[in-house]
Ligand binder design. Structure first.
Ligand code: AMP
Length: 217
């Protein structure tokens, strides 16, 4: 099962990916998480991308492509993966096609989670994450039991730098310019599945699983 999750920042790709991992038993590969881990570890890569991440711009294609090439070549990706946040430009999508062709593989589906800018801004500015266990909350729709503290590990929740409103608006602009063209790219290839992601999360999961069952059987 090789899936790409496509959609604006805040469309719910990461949350959906975590549900799909449990159902299909393939690794969740989030390039955003990989870059945030690199920044947190203070590695050379982390130093290169730190400012790009906090401004909401895109990391150069060659850096992202190299990272993904290495990751999907690992043994745990033998039976598939869920790519979240990659590809994000047409150049990345072409590179992914080449990588998969060279490995004798292909994408089963590109799930396009459709949401409006207003919904994205509301979701992201209210998003909080646990810096320790990674659990994601929303202060409006999925709040922690006690004030901004992780239910699972008791750690104080944080707001990602790039979830501040001005950065969110910029990320949406970058998404429209650089990533939205991928909707047509995958529509032409016949792999695009469009999901209305403004509804309740459980409904999105159900619709996604129904759509995927049709593709894999
Ligand atoms: P995300 O968590 O997917 O929203 O990613 C956070 C940030 O990481 C983005 O705003 C970009 O700066 C960077 N990033 C993640 N994935 C990519 C990608 N495929 N291409 C370029 N930059 C990326």
């Amino acid at each position: 099962m090789r899936i790409v999750l496509l959609g604006a920042p805040g469309a719910g790709k990461g949350t959906l990916a975590k549900d799909l991992v449990g159902l299909f038993n393939v690794p969740h590969i989030s390039t955003g998480d990989m870059f945030r881990e690199a920044v947190a570890s203070g590695s050379e890569l982390g130093r290169q991308v730190q400012n790009i991440l906090s401004s909401g711009k895109l990391v150069p294609d060659e850096i992202v492509n190299r990272l993904v090439r290495e990751r999907i070549s690992k043994p745990d990706c033998k039976d598939g993966f869920i790519l979240d946040g990659y590809p994000r430009t047409v150049q990345q999508a072409r590179t992914l096609d080449e990588m998969l062709t060279a490995m004798g593989q292909k994408l089963d589906a590109v799930l396009y989670l459709k949401v409006s800018e207003d919904v994205v801004v509301e979701r992201l500015t209210n998003r909080r994450v646990c810096p320790r266990c990674g659990r994601i909350y929303n202060l409006l729709s999925m709040p922690p039991k006690s004030d901004e503290i992780c239910d699972d590990c008791g750690t104080k929740l944080i707001q990602r730098d790039d979830d501040r409103e001005e950065v969110v608006r910029n990320r949406f602009k970058v998404y429209n310019e650089m990533t939205a063209p991928l909707i047509d790219y995958y529509k032409k290839k016949g792999t695009l599945i469009e999901i209305d992601a403004e509804a309740d999360h459980q409904i999105t999961v159900r619709k996604t699983v129904e759509a995927l069952k049709k593709v894999i059987t």
